[in-house]
Design a protein around this ligand. Structure first.
Ligand code: SF4
Length: 225
């Protein structure tokens, strides 16, 4: 391990502990079966959690099984998920993913991925159009119990300000990088607590550094004081 990696891991451990002290141990919303989580996360792209959940519930109310969603007229699927936004993209995308998974596995369950090595499970999911590293990581860590560190817009922004990752690193690239710094058993809670910090304190426009427990390890804060 080189010095930069060692410093990064030490900083990640401080962040882990301070955010636990501030926010407590976060609880993921009711864990969903992996197939449900995959669809829910596709719906969540570019919208908020409330509309994601409304769209998911509307889809399931109209089509109680994934087979029915897969085989439904596309315009009805689009209508069912409209509240999530980008419905013309998300509806067909969900149906395509369901069709491809059926073709490849003969069914619509992703539970078999639990037996895969984490990177193999990630690679398997990443082959589907509309499934990027964030979506695949969420399915892995929250539904399959496999280690992965999802990087959304909050995690990307906050980790950049903290100097936890190279400044120009993209969100997609940051998945593997941040996973190398945090402890695998903490990936889920650390992901959620960093999002909470991003939503409540480290806002995109104007971070409220006075309320933040990470001032002394933050490069952004060091540069403004
Ligand atoms: S000190 Fe400020 S910029 Fe740094 S993580 Fe906290 S809120 Fe964000």
């Amino acid at each position: 391990m080189n010095k930069t990696e060692e410093e990064g891991r030490e900083k990640a451990e401080i962040i882990h502990q301070r955010l636990l002290d501030k926010f407590g141990m976060p609880v993921w919303r009711v864990p969903l079966p992996a197939m449900d989580e995959l669809v829910s996360t596709i719906l969540s792209q570019n919208t908020n959690d409330v509309n994601r959940d409304k769209a998911f519930d509307s889809l399931r109310a109209r089509f109680p099984t994934w087979e029915e969603v897969r085989d439904a007229p596309t315009d009805e699927v689009i209508e069912a998920v409209r509240i999530a936004g980008l419905a013309n993209q998300k509806g067909p995308r969900i149906q395509n993913v369901l069709s491809q998974i059926t073709e490849e596995t003969g069914g619509l369950s992703l539970e078999f991925l639990k037996t895969y090595a984490p990177q193999d499970a990630m690679d398997w999911l990443l082959r589907f159009k509309g499934v990027g590293p964030k979506t695949a990581s969420i399915v892995l860590v929250f539904s399959l119990g496999l280690p992965a560190f999802p990087v959304d817009t909050h995690v990307h922004r906050v980790s950049g300000r903290l100097g936890l990752r190279p400044e120009k690193m993209t969100a997609d690239q940051a998945h593997g990088y941040l996973a190398s710094l945090f402890k695998p058993e903490n990936f889920g809670p650390d992901h959620m607590n960093i999002i909470r910090l991003g939503r409540e304190i480290c806002h995109a426009r104007k971070p409220e550094c006075d309320l933040c427990p990470l001032q002394d390890v933050c490069e952004y804060y060091r540069n403004i004081t």
